[in-house]
Design a protein around this ligand. Structure first.
Ligand SMILES: [Fe+2]
Length: 187
């Protein structure tokens, strides 16, 4: 079930955002955050959400636009929002690179960029959970779901498979473990 999987993915993403937030707190109090963790989270977002998660939501949204234009209009321009998220993520990656390259960066600027990314990703997912997913469940017909599913498999993209899902699971577990180690070391 596509929507079930998408909302499960949202809770997975939230776990990573919470970790990023924790590392940001370490940074804010002047300590060294675990940059391996931060970079792994950035990579996860770059690959997983941009290549995998967003295209699925956009397929669902396209169907909603034909079935229930009003509900779709209330949500707005989903693809545009996703592009905004991608840009904010680039900003996060650049800010982190600058810190690591010892370039002169104001800590509060880095904090603002990362915090803005976290806040807006959360807000974005809330909108989808609250508006997009229920509206799609209500308005889409069985054939829509079949078409979405086949559009995904027709890409013959190795990214769209259960194996890939599992790989992302493994990557997420890895990040969680790294974070536990970092927390243990800080104690
Ligand atoms: Fe989204």
């Amino acid at each position: 079930m596509i929507i079930e999987r998408l909302s499960q993915e949202h809770s997975n993403i939230e776990k990573l955002l919470a970790i990023l937030e924790r590392e940001l707190e370490v940074f804010d109090r002047g300590d060294r955050p675990d940059y391996e963790v931060i970079r792994a989270i950035i990579s996860y977002f770059e690959v997983y959400t941009e290549v995998y998660h967003h295209p699925q939501e956009e397929l669902v949204f396209a169907k909603l636009r034909t079935r229930d234009p009003c509900a779709a209009a209330k949500i707005g321009d989903l693809a545009q929002e996703h592009r905004g998220g991608v840009e904010r993520l680039r900003g996060v990656a650049q800010a982190v690179d600058s810190v690591l390259a010892d370039r002169e960066v104001l800590r509060r600027n880095v904090d603002a960029v990362v915090r803005d990314f976290i806040t807006r990703e959360r807000r974005h997912m809330q909108t989808e959970d609250r508006d997009l997913f229920p509206a799609a469940l209500k308005a889409l017909k069985p054939q829509d779901w079949t078409e979405i599913a086949s559009a995904l498999t027709a890409r013959k993209d190795p990214l769209f498979s259960d194996v890939t899902e599992e790989r992302f699971d493994v990557l997420r577990q890895h990040i969680l473990l790294l974070e536990q180690e970092a927390e243990a070391e800080r104690r």
